[in-house]
Ligand binder design. Structure first.
Ligand code: DAH
Length: 340
């Protein structure tokens, strides 16, 4: 019996050695170690052996089973590895090949500026309210006290849709909407797109962005306006930035002012960019809300006063990021946009 076992060990190990596929290995395993396999049958027959022979044969049978099992496992792994390697080689990716990769965009510098402005005003206690881009002539001009003959109402300045509707020329009509809807007191900003019949150049575009501000409450004075605007400008553009207030005319505020800021190229020293004045182009318009506007919006001007301001977001983005040509903001050229 021991001879038979040794013969089996030799035959099976040879068969495993010469096997070429996983299938063949599996067949050898089933034929020898399976339930009805040769070695299994031999081991089952050991019961018939004498008590003396049984442990000897048993010991050999165990080593035969171990050897066969090990050789089957090793050969299985070897063939499997060879197959995997072959597969990997076939699937090899040539990383030198150029593929059409997706170009990811990111937040536009204008939208970034808009969000930063919103965040700053929210931190100062303002609510953010938005209004429609297609607006009534009433809200855009009449309720804001713009006289019938005001040049900004001209056909050559404004995109009229019909006699009573237009593309808003500024974000100021949102003041009217907000006051009519919420009454006083109110403290809000309103960012958005605005439209004017302008030729495109490095500082003009027929579509641009503004942010409007409005504060109405009892006892609001010009000091509140100057304080708020100064805090906003210093927080947003830098502590070193100074403001210059010039009297101006807006139909919806009285008195009104335009505010300039220190030139961002020379920090007020005077350079070519600011024509040696030390001041940047005007940054915002503002003023104390005209009593007629409060009245038009159902607010009692005897009880309430307020201030309002409006400014171009595109200009602020240009000052903040040192962009010299407005058109770059609307060209959508990734080489430019990716810098921000
Ligand atoms: N709406 C004005 C413009 O587009 C800007 C402005 C000036 C808004 C004074 C205001 C303000 O609210 O009080 O030029």
């Amino acid at each position: 019996m021991i001879e038979n076992l040794e013969k089996l060990r030799k035959e099976v190990l040879e068969a495993v050695e010469s096997a070429k596929s996983l299938d063949e290995i599996e067949k050898i395993r089933v034929a020898n170690l399976g339930k009805k396999g040769t070695l299994t049958a031999i081991m089952k027959g050991m019961g018939k052996l004498s008590a003396e022979e049984r442990p000897k044969v048993g010991a050999v049978a165990n080593t035969v089973r171990e050897d066969i099992t090990n050789s089957i496992e090793q050969k299985f792994s070897k063939i499997k590895k060879a197959l995997d390697d072959k597969k990997l080689k076939a699937e090899k990716i040539d990383i030198s090949l150029e593929k059409h990769s997706i170009i990811y965009g990111h937040e536009h510098p204008l939208m970034k500026t808009m969000k930063e402005l919103e965040d700053l005003f929210v931190s100062m206690g303002f609510s953010v309210i938005t209004g429609p881009e297609i607006e009534s002539v009433e809200n855009n001009f009449d309720a804001l006290n713009s006289p019938e003959d005001h040049p900004s109402r001209d056909m050559s300045d404004t995109f009229y849709i019909d006699k009573t509707t237009l593309l808003r020329t500024h974000t100021s009509p949102v003041q009217v909407r907000a006051m009519k809807k919420y009454g006083a007191p109110i403290k809000m900003v309103s960012p958005g797109r605005t439209f004017r019949f302008d030729d495109v150049d490095d500082t003009h575009s027929p579509m641009f962005h503004q942010i409007e501000g409005l504060v109405v409450d009892e006892g609001i004075s010009m000091a509140d306006m100057i304080g708020t605007v100064n805090i906003f400008i210093k927080s947003f553009l830098g502590e070193h930035i100074e403001t210059r207030w010039r009297p101006h005319y807006f139909p919806f505020t009285e008195p009104s002012a335009e505010v300039d800021v220190t030139c961002h190229y020379c920090d007020g020293e005077g350079c070519k960019a600011c024509s040696m004045t030390g001041w940047s182009m005007e940054l915002l318009g503002c003023g104390m809300v005209h009593p007629k506007v409060l009245q038009n919006c159902g607010i009692d001007p005897e009880k309430y006063t307020g201030f309002a301001f409006g400014m171009g977001i595109d200009r602020i983005a240009m000052v903040k990021y040192g962009i010299s040509d407005l058109r770059l903001l609307f060209d959508n050229d990734n080489r430019f946009l990716n810098q921000f």
